[in-house]
Design a protein around this ligand. Structure first.
Ligand code: SF4
Length: 142
């Protein structure tokens, strides 16, 4: 099947700090599935590297205080477009991210604290019925 995956988990240097979080176990899924990489923050027009951002309610705020909500929303819409184009019913998304995190995200204080919540893209995927897994639990369901 086609699975949409956070690009950083596939080794793309798209994290805010310019590196990746390559996961060899996820890459192994290529033997049986087609993996579709997306980085919503890049798709939304943000640079790499970039300042870290966190959700604060309905907004997404960069560490310098700039409101980057629109870029995050644009990126989520682009990622959804790609997912639908490839008819992906399952996503493997990076935990805790303000874009890709599902169920738990950073709390908006840039202190490393986490709270229940979804990243902007994960929230949109969930609204559209895409099953969301992460780098810790994907083996249980694929
Ligand atoms: Fe990875 Fe998602 Fe952040 Fe892009 S937006 S770097 S894919 S966690």
């Amino acid at each position: 099947m086609n699975i949409v995956v956070s690009a950083c988990l596939l080794g793309v240097d798209c994290r805010y700090c310019g590196d990746n979080c390559k996961n060899e176990e996820i890459l192994k899924l290529r033997e049986e599935h087609t993996l579709i990489p997306v980085c919503p923050e890049q798709l939304g027009g943000l640079t790499t590297p970039r300042l870290p951002s966190e959700r604060q309610g309905d907004l997404v705020i960069a560490k310098d205080g700039k409101d980057v909500t629109k870029a995050f929303q644009d990126g989520a819409n682009q990622a959804l477009y790609v997912s639908k184009l490839y008819e992906c019913e399952t996503a493997i998304l990076k935990k805790n991210s303000p874009s890709c995190g599902f169920g738990v995200i950073y709390d908006g204080t840039f202190t490393g604290n986490k709270v229940p919540g979804d990243g902007v893209t994960a929230e949109l995927f969930n609204q559209h019925g895409i099953r969301i897994l992460n780098e810790d639990n994907f083996k249980e369901d694929i």
